[in-house]
Design a protein around this ligand. Sequence first.
Ligand code: AMP
Length: 245
Amino acid sequence: MSAEAVTVQATKNHKETVVGPVVLLGPPGAGKGTQAKRISAHYGIPQISTGDILRENIEKGTELGKQSGALIERGELVPDELVEKMVTERLAQADCARGFILDGFPRTVKQAEWLDKHLAESRYFETATGGNRLVVVQLAVEYTKLLRRLTGRRTCPTCGHIYNANTSQRARVDGVCDIDGSALVTRKDDRDDVISQRLKNYRRQTLPMVNYYARKNRLVEIDGAADLDVITAAAVKAIENGDSL
Ligand code: AMP
């Protein structure tokens, strides 16, 4: 963590205060998962990755998993209603009371509008002026870098740590988790043909949603190609400033 972030840590008891909620946006491969884990550890609030929850459901063979498996393998989005129901259930859990980081949600304008309404109705995070505290951080990364990252991404199935064979985030021993020694896996939707479909869908369905937050002056853009610590420090600063209030 950089000196800037350390100063923030020293001045606030960041593991007790209400945080965000935080929405991390960015195209596939921008580093949302990696940064969400870092911010989650910094504040002691949960990372809620809709992609991870869907993959867990596929693995367990639940009804939701059956409904979403084929779509995910093709790089298509899962219907809004299914994801919104899943998010409602997750946000109702006790560990979300002090805040949470949404990673991979919202992904469409409809989901963003739904989230605003849901937060307003739940009233957990209302400010004195009646708005919610949602902090929206966009990780911006250029297309060729995204491709490199997505094709090199490897995940530990045991601890969830994300590595990248094509960048400096590679594991010490190729294919083996540094932390627990598990064999690293490549996500099924990180295949070339599916990657291009996901990036296409991002431009078509998710970029309009990024513009939705930009129009409302609620977007903080961070260079997602910067050093990991620099990105985390910038995100923490945006959260501390309540940049999106
Ligand atoms: P991710 O792990 O965020 O890259 O998500 C993997 C896949 O899960 C996506 O390509 C979608 O098929 C599905 N997914 C995750 N989050 C959402 C969402 N908010 N809305 C619709 N589909 C989603």
